[in-house]
Design a protein around this ligand. Structure first.
Ligand code: SF4
Ligand code: SF4
Length: 353
């Protein structure tokens, strides 16, 4: 099967975090220890660049990647020098004081960063004030670094999103496109999680779509394991773990290619876990199984963990193999053609210049 060409390497530098959000998917907190060393991060970036010519972006996430201090800037510089785009996902805690935020933004620019993603919202704000996010995004805009602020959905009001969208400090940066805002569903990890009043009907188009991460992203975890995705439920799905990168004689490419024979991953790519559950369980059962699901990765955990769903998958998957792999191949062919189109128009531009 052709088409396994990842474009993104995500390095989960540590699960340690300055915050301890109640619904954190990795249960991150300041108490968690352990991180990847600079040497290991560099080696994994080099391995990925050599193994996958398709690789375009290196993402640093966690936990809180900025807890790595100087090593984070050094790793960004290393990836940039190899010609890759770079992105850091952060909660923006380093924006608390304006001077520190400006210093951090300057160092990011000097290291060659391409983009920053800041996560915030009602739960985050108990640990990282929204003002820190504003300072951080403003300092990044001053260095002409693009920033996407992702806000947890907090009911129909989405007050923190509204507060940021109307912030006078950010207004110019938002207007000129250096700072963008988006709302993301905030997935409950514990049964006592308060309801966020999600509008499931509005979310359905996203919920029922295929997963863009699988095959597209290779993920190095803080324990130096290779994972098939960095979805919110990754540590709850053993099937996403591809193996230890620290084991003797192991090659990243070989670990990644273990997915080749896994039909469920092709299916997740094409249809997404929510739709797979609907298809194998039928309308009535899937309604009951998927009640309260607000995020694709939540459906993915159910797909892999529910005994009922696993039994139905085992009994019925052969009915879907031909059709799903056909659509996967078609998607890949379309992607290859558009890549080729882009190359041709680039060549034409060069001839014309
Ligand atoms: S800021 Fe992000 S990584 Fe840190 S505890 Fe909150 S959700 Fe988890
Ligand atoms: S839907 Fe599944 S495969 Fe996709 S990112 Fe979420 S957990 Fe990973």
């Amino acid at each position: 099967m052709a088409g396994l060409h990842p474009t993104t390497l995500t390095i989960l530098c540590t699960y340690r975090c300055t915050a301890a959000c109640a619904q954190c998917c990795f249960e991150s907190s300041p108490r968690i220890r352990g991180r990847l060393s600079l040497e290991v991060m560099k080696r994994r970036i080099q391995d990925a660049v050599e193994a996958f010519p398709s690789l375009a972006v290196v993402v640093f996430s966690g936990g809180e990647a900025f807890l790595l201090k100087d090593d984070l800037f050094e790793a960004i510089r290393f990836a940039s020098d190899l010609g890759k785009s770079t992105r850091v996902v952060t909660n923006g805690f380093w924006g608390r004081a304006g001077a520190r935020a400006r210093e951090c933004a300057r160092r990011l620019r000097e290291a060659g960063i391409s983009e920053i993603n800041i996560s915030t919202g009602v739960d985050h704000a108990k640990f990282v004030p929204v003002e820190s996010v504003v300072h951080a995004a403003s300092a990044l805009a001053d260095e002409a670094i693009r920033t996407l602020i992702t806000v947890e959905a907090d009911g129909s009001q989405n007050q923190i999103h509204a507060r940021l969208a109307s912030d006078p400090v950010l207004r110019n940066a938002i207007e000129c496109g250096l700072v963008s805002l988006q709302v993301n569903s905030w997935m409950p990890f514990h049964e006592d999680a308060p309801s966020r009043g999600h509008d499931i009907q509005a979310m359905l188009p996203e919920l029922v779509s295929g997963c863009g991460q699988i095959f597209e992203t290779v993920v190095v975890t803080p324990h130096d394991n290779l994972s098939a995705c960095c979805g919110l439920t990754l540590e709850h799905i053993p099937e996403m773990r591809l193996g230890s990168l620290s084991a003797p004689d192991v090659q990243m490419k070989k670990l990644y290619e273990r997915q080749r024979g896994d039909f469920l991953k092709y299916w997740i790519r094409v249809d997404g876990p929510y739709t797979i559950i609907q298809r194998v369980m039928g309308v009535a059962d899937s309604e009951e199984i998927l009640r309260g699901v607000v995020h694709k990765c939540q459906a993915c955990a159910i797909l892999h963990q529910s005994e009922r769903v696993r039994a139905a998958l085992a009994a019925r998957y052969k009915e879907f193999v031909e059709e799903v792999l056909g659509r996967f191949s078609l998607q890949q062919a379309m992607a290859d053609v558009s890549c080729w189109d882009r190359r041709v128009s680039q060549d034409e531009e060069m001839v014309g210049s």
